[in-house]
Design a protein around this ligand. Structure first.
Ligand code: ADP
Ligand code: MG
Length: 344
């Protein structure tokens, strides 16, 4: 009798231990960088999970305040008000600036972090949209020039009249930082959604299968035209449908061609980039949107060192993806009949 009781007790203890060891699902969401973000991870131990969640939230708040154009205490706002005087910035700002300037250079200025005066002139910042005159656009285009940004260690100089905008890269940088926090905590299964257009997949789903992420159909934004399987991979999408306004039957969106200061019309409706780094995904999705299909494909061929793959949807609805995605790209339900061209 005693023996049986002992066995039952032992079994109960084992079960309890197993329950405690099994990773727990943590889900939370927040509003940061002007967008709604949601996070999922599987971690062990309630106290540790709470610590990870807190660290993620604190990091997001800090980056948001550093990079926000509107926060008067933030680095970007101070640079923009510096009137050509040098400004000392925090380490994350210096790091993001340095890596962004590299991407600006690599993309031949298709990505340009000094586009802010033009973004403002179109009213995308305060959502009071207007179409600037051709003369105004020519003047604005003259103010966009990432090569004028001076960065020496943690000191930044920006000529008077110019303004920075890290909107095209900030969420990607934040994604990489959160990715590191999660991994450092020993978590091997997480999905970090920094506002639909930037996603970081840490490891796989707990059952070992890859995370499956939908890619928005730019023509019908409530739906997904494709699914991409991700393991230890980030994904970023830039699309004309994300922020735009219409005037006199013309659609104007928030991704600008730095050469013209006007919305980029390269023939694509959206570009998705898949790469290990979320910053690369964010920066390149914007840049490839400006370049368009042909130039973007050539950029992919020429820059294997960036380890990225891309999906293009043209304004006519044609779907293309680069060869490296062949085993990871699937047309979604209802889109099975669509033709897909693989870019080599
Ligand atoms: P989202 O932030 O909607 O995910 P993107 O990552 O493509 O989209 O970034 C677009 C934002 O970046 C714009 O709202 C604007 O602030 C800024 N921007 C627009 N065009 C460019 C450009 N060519 N290079 C750098 N930044 C840009
Ligand atoms: Mg971007």
């Amino acid at each position: 009798m005693r023996k049986r009781l002992l066995c039952v007790l032992l079994a109960a203890l084992c079960l309890l231990a197993a329950c405690q060891k099994a990773p727990k699902l943590v889900e939370f969401s927040t509003f940061a960088m002007n967008t709604f973000m949601s996070f999922t991870f599987y971690g062990e131990g309630e106290t540790e999970n709470q610590r990870v969640q807190d660290q993620m939230n604190v990091t997001l708040r800090r980056l948001d305040s550093l990079f926000s154009v509107n926060n008067e205490c933030g680095d970007v706002n101070q640079i923009n008000r510096s009137e050509g005087q040098r400004v000392e910035v925090d380490a994350p700002t210096a790091e993001l600036l340095s890596r962004s300037l590299e991407l600006c250079e690599l993309t031949g200025g298709a990505l340009d972090i000094t586009a802010y005066p033009a973004v403002k002139a179109w009213g995308f910042t305060q959502e009071e949209h207007r179409v600037p005159s051709p003369e105004e656009l020519a003047e604005l285009a003259g103010k966009i020039d990432y090569t004028a940004v001076g960065l020496e260690g943690e000191w930044v100089t920006l000529p008077a009249g110019m303004e920075l905008d890290l909107g095209a890269v900030a969420k990607g940088y934040a994604g990489d930082q959160l990715d590191r926090i999660v991994r450092d905590a020993g978590i091997s299964s997480a999905l970090l959604n920094l506002g639909q257009s930037t996603i970081v997949a840490v490891g796989t789903k707990p059952d070992g299968t890859p995370w499956r992420i939908g890619v928005t159909d730019p023509a019908q934004t409530a739906g997904y035209f494709a699914i991409v399987e991700l393991r230890d991979m980030a994904m970023g999408t830039s699309g004309g449908y994300q922020r735009y306004f219409e005037q006199d039957g013309v659609t104007y969106w928030h991704i600008l061609n730095p050469k013209t200061a006007a919305p980029a019309h390269s023939g694509v409706a959206s570009v998705t980039v898949v790469a290990p780094s979320a910053l690369v995904c964010d920066g390149l999705s914007t840049a490839l949107f400006v370049m368009g299909l042909e130039e973007g494909t050539q950029f992919w061929r020429d820059h294997r060192e960036l380890e990225f793959e891309a999906i293009f949807v043209t304004e006519a609805g044609a779907i293309y993806h680069t060869a490296g995605l062949t085993d990871r790209f699937f047309l979604a339900e209802g889109y099975e009949d669509r033709e897909v061209t693989v870019l080599e």
